[in-house]
Structures are given as C-alpha cells and as structure tokens.
Design a protein around this ligand. Structure first.
Ligand SMILES: N[C@@H](CCC(=O)N[C@@H](CS)C(=O)NCC(=O)O)C(=O)O
Length: 243
C-alpha cells in the first residue's frame, strides 16, 4: 500500500499544498490504493511535501511521484495525447509550479490579513510563548526564499500582474473543453486543478482570486474535477461539485 505524506485538508481544500493535491489526484487517476499520513514533514527526504512511500521506497516531489507511479505500475497518465500536447502540458505545469506558486505564497503568507486567516493556524501546536518568534522566523525565511526565486523582488502589483497572466493563459487554453486537453482528464489536469482550486479558495481575499473568478470557465472546471476525484467533498474551495 502506498502512503502519501500530506499536510491534511484545510480551508475547504483537499490539502493547502497544491503539490500534495496534485500528487493525490495523480494517485486517484492511476487507480492506485493509498493511505495518507499528515505527520511526515520532519522525515521528508527533501524537506518538503509531498512524498510517498511505496514498498519501502521513498519518492519525494510531485513530478517524481508521477514518474514513479507511471513507471512502476505501467500507466501513462497522458495516454492518447500527442507529443505536442505533452509538451504543452509540461510547460503549463511548470508555469504553475515554478511561477504562479510563488505569487500564491506571497499572497497567503506575506499579506498580514491572509496570513492571520490561513497559515497562522498551522502554528497552533507551537507552545504559545514561543509562537510569535517562530512565526516571525518562518515568515522572514519565506520572504528571503521569495527573493532568491526572484518573485519577491517585485512590487505586489507586479506579482499580481504576473500571476494574472498565468491564470489567463490557463483559462484561455482550457476554453470550453471539459479538461485541459479535451473530453478526458490527463496528468496535467492534476496540476491545473490543484492550483485553480487553491486560487479560488474563498478563505483568502487576493487579487489573484479575483482574476480567477473573472474567468467563467474556471469554477465549472474545478467543480467537474471535484465531482470526479473528490465526490465526498460537496464543496471544494467554495465550489459545489458538478458533473
Ligand atoms: N517541487 C515540489 C514542491 C513541493 C513544495 O514546495 N512543498 C511545500 C508546500 S506547498 C512544502 O512542503 N514546504 C515546506 C517547507 O518548505 O518547509 C513538488 O512538486 O512536490
């Protein structure tokens, strides 16, 4: 049995981390049975979630998890797609993971109001006297990681402009198709769904959420994916699941 290490559901999302949600959807798409464990961060091979344990083998990073399950279980999550579509899928995934992600981190972790409504609650287990110092340290550390990436060097309105451009690219490419590449979901949908659901999450007031809400096709897309992969969640990120 595969174990997927997660943070655990939060804010009406399957997981606050889009990478964890992506990995979970990939496991569901592959039809593999798995269990989740939300106590694995300290032992994470790369210091991040998700990772999985499969027959004693630990695989970290959502992309390597995908490659592992495809190789080990002989599954092609992009079956039926052309080489051109696979290339576009890869480019979209990395746009979301390596660019848009950092705009979302900025909005959730560095904006004081959003931080108080969301990530601050992760620190409830830290003893109260130490909590303010730990929170300040983690937020300082994130600020320098954002600077190191490059996103953190931009003004907030520039970050929002970059994020909005990515959101528009997804919405324009999706158009009226049910899934990114047509009538059936493929591996790329795991990533696009995870990030879009996170953007639409009503817990946070962000210009990125407004940009996603402005695009008529994104909520129905999240609802469609939720109905298929999270049928037990009647509301996902405030969106009612729909076939
Ligand atoms: N490239 C990784 C990114 C994973 C990632 O950034 N995970 C974040 C949560 S969204 C994490 O575990 N952060 C914990 C930390 O940095 O301490 C993947 O695709 O899995």
């Amino acid at each position: 049995m595969i174990t997927l290490y997660t943070f655990g559901p939060a804010w009406g999302l399957p997981d606050p981390s889009p990478f964890v949600t992506k990995a979970e959807v990939l496991l569901k798409m592959a039809g593999l049975s798995y269990r989740t464990d939300s106590n694995g961060l300290r032992q994470a091979p790369k210091g991040k979630l998700p990772y999985i344990e499969d027959d004693g083998e630990r695989i970290a990073d959502s992309t390597f998890i995908r490659w592992h399950i495809e190789r080990k279980y002989g599954i092609d999550l992009d079956r039926g797609l052309s080489a051109e579509q696979r290339a576009i899928g890869w480019a979209f995934e990395k746009m979301l993971e390596d660019q848009l992600y950092w705009a979302v981190v900025e909005a959730r972790w560095l904006d004081d109001e959003n931080f108080a409504k969301g990530p601050k609650k992760f620190f409830k287990r830290v003893p109260a006297p130490a909590r303010p110092a730990v929170i300040a340290l983690i937020r300082r550390n994130l600020r320098s990681r954002l600077r190191a990436h490059g996103m953190g060097r931009h003004a907030r309105d520039e970050i929002v402009a970059l994020g909005t451009r990515s959101i528009d690219a997804i919405a324009d490419y999706l158009g009226q198709k049910p899934y990114v590449f047509g009538p059936e979901p493929s591996g790329t949908d795991a990533t696009v769904f995870a990030f879009t659901a996170g953007l639409l999450c009503p817990r946070f007031d962000t210009p990125l959420r407004t940009a996603a809400e402005r695009r008529d096709n994104l909520k129905p897309y999240v609802a469609r994916m939720a109905a298929r992969y999270y049928p037990d969640l009647t509301q996902l990120a405030g969106v009612a699941a729909a076939a």
